[in-house]
Design a protein around this ligand. Structure first.
Ligand SMILES: Nc1nc2c(c(=O)[nH]1)N[C@H]1C(S)=C(S)[C@@H](COP(=O)(O)O)O[C@H]1N2
Ligand SMILES: [Mo]
Length: 535
């Protein structure tokens, strides 16, 4: 291996050790729970990056990587960091133009520049940690200590590398010949890289100490529910391949800005109602459980969903109506928005009326009869029928601030998304699938349609250049969730474009005008093309 290659690996080793120390430190000193910021430089950098992602990039990431968008980001970050460390390691190990006496003299190399560059990367990590919500100064310690360890590693290994290069191959030195001792440096760098990588994995695994939360979830037991929901059999048509009426929690789509799922200890969790209220209200998790809880069927939808996409899910939510909590606080004249804040700093601006009218806007504690999963907002999240998640469905919610749209804005608003996010009427063909080859004869076309809090009154299907035909609708237990539909088609051989459109409860027909998700939700009819083959 050349001096350059060895230098590059030295850089990577220093970087890996830095992160290993920082991540293990962050895991051990995690303050956790409600107050906890993050001390992990990896989580902080990724979080800071996500917060600055423009809508087109977010869109691209979700459409390209789907639920793996965070994994893609982590891999991308890893590649960039490795490249950067390798570059610093390589350039820093280079001899300077002007030589002083003694080849191995450290002043004859670019060590100082390299160490400076490496320290700068460490500073960026510290700044990222400092920029995160709920930050406190001790959070920077693991990254600082890690960076120092990395600098020492760099300096020591470079010095050995320089000594190796200074030793002519023919003349054995106490460390062996030049090439042999360079190999020794290479071995050290390789070994330390492996140690560092294992350390990073250990640190990240440790900090996913979801044990507290899992134990608390298990203890939750059965909830007292005043108005339980029973889903009528008629809500499901049961066509193979059709979206199930209720979405199981573990396959429910997940969208949030959290690089690692917040693990919130329900013992320390508090909800505060602040802002334009007569008296601030504070509630513990137990306070909420002690209330009369209600159940509601609500379909959640993400504004980033494309026409035909699957960023939507339906569940029975159990929770305390937000309007009761707001009434207790006493909402003052002039307010028109509730800004909800999550433990991780995410915010959503919801029209006040959506939380005070008679709809089921809930502080939800359970999804499909079980405590929320951590990734869906344990211990408490908001669910508001009729509004996209980004303006309403705050997970790990900790504060409701009664305010005004002209004074506050939610997380996504300054990032190119509309301040208000009513859900657009949508319909989707689940079967047949795009490009599917079918046999001539009876074909069942089926899917779901949604227009939350307006309801679905009609679904029509158009096959090829035929007329719109009315589909059969499943029962609609509530206007707040999606509705299944199906149509039986006597298919003849040929290629067909099949389109669907819905009419909502106000009589408005779904628009065919195509719009991308940004700034306020995609629109247009979902069309799939299928091939029907002769018998
Ligand atoms: N804390 C927090 N809550 C959040 C978000 C977030 O990024 N952070 N994203 C919102 C968005 S955009 C959507 S669509 C829903 C998705 O909820 P789910 O992940 O439970 O399906 O959560 C909302 N609540
Ligand atoms: Mo969303």
């Amino acid at each position: 291996m050349s001096t350059r290659g060895t230098g590059a690996l030295v850089g990577v080793a220093a970087g890996a050790l830095t992160l290993a120390v920082a991540e293990i430190g962050a895991a051990l000193f995690a303050r956790g729970g409600l107050e906890g910021g993050t001390a992990s430089p990896l989580v902080a950098v990724a979080g800071a990056f996500i917060d600055r992602t423009p809508p087109w990039l977010k869109d691209f990431a979700i459409s390209t990587f789907g639920a793996n968008d965070k994994l893609a980001l982590v891999i991308g970050m890893g590649l960039v960091l490795t490249g950067l460390c390798a570059l610093i390691g390589m350039l820093g190990a280079r001899p300077t133009k002007r030589r002083r006496r003694g080849e191995a003299d450290r002043r004859n190399h670019n060590f100082a520049w390299g160490l400076g560059a490496f320290a700068l990367v460490g500073v960026v990590g510290v700044l990222a940690v400092a920029s995160r919500p709920n930050f406190a100064w001790p959070d920077t310690l693991p990254t600082i200590v890690g960076t120092v360890v990395g600098l020492v590693t760099l300096d020591r290994l470079w010095a050995r590398l320089a000594a190796a290069d200074a030793a002519p191959d023919a003349v054995p030195t106490p460390m062996g010949s030049g090439a042999a001792s360079r190999r020794a440096v290479l071995g050290w760098a390789g070994g330390l890289t492996v140690v560092g990588a294992l350390g990073i994995i250990a640190g990240r695994t440790l900090s996913r100490a979801g044990e507290v939360v899992e134990a608390a979830r298990a203890q939750l037991g059965r909830l007292r529910v005043a108005r339980p929901v029973t889903v009528p059999d008629g809500a499901s048509q049961g066509v193979p391949g059709q979206t199930s009426y209720i979405t199981p929690a573990d396959t429910f789509y997940r969208i949030d800005t959290a690089i690692s799922v917040p693990q919130v200890d329900p013992q320390t969790w508090r909800l505060r109602v602040t802002g334009m209220v007569d008296r601030e209200v504070e509630m513990t998790f137990q306070d909420i459980l002690d209330e009369e809880l209600v159940e509601a069927l609500v379909t959640l939808t993400c504004v980033s969903n494309y026409v035909g996409g699957n960023l939507a899910g339906n569940a029975v939510w159990t929770g305390l109506p937000v309007r009761e909590v707001l009434a207790r606080a006493g909402v003052q004249e002039g307010a028109d928005m509730v800004l909800s804040t999550s433990v991780d700093g995410f915010t959503a601006g919801t029209p006040l009326e959506a939380m005070t009218d008679d709809r089921n806007a809930l502080l939800a504690v359970a999804q499909n009869g079980e405590a929320l999963l951590a990734e869906h907002g344990f211990p408490v999240r908001l669910v508001v029928p009729g509004l996209y998640g980004y303006v309403s469905a705050t997970k790990w919610v900790t504060e409701l601030k009664v305010t005004r749209f002209d004074q506050d804005e939610g997380y996504w608003t300054p990032r190119g998304w509309s301040a208000r996010g009513p859900i657009k009427t949508a319909s989707r063909i689940d079967v047949p699938r795009v490009g599917e080859r079918l046999n001539a004869g009876e074909v069942v076309i089926a899917g779901v349609a949604w227009a939350q809090h307006r309801g679905i009154d009609r679904v029509e299907v158009r096959i090829g250049d035929g007329d719109w035909q009315e589909a059969t609708l499943a029962e609609e237990p509530t206007i707040d969730s999606w509705r299944q539909w199906m149509l039986t088609w006597d298919a003849e051989p040929g290629e067909y474009a099949v389109s669907v459109r819905a009419t909502d409860g106000t009589g408005e027909v779904q628009t065919d005008e195509r719009a991308l998700p940004a700034p306020d939700g995609a629109s247009g009819w979902h069309t799939v093309t299928v091939m029907v083959e002769g018998a």
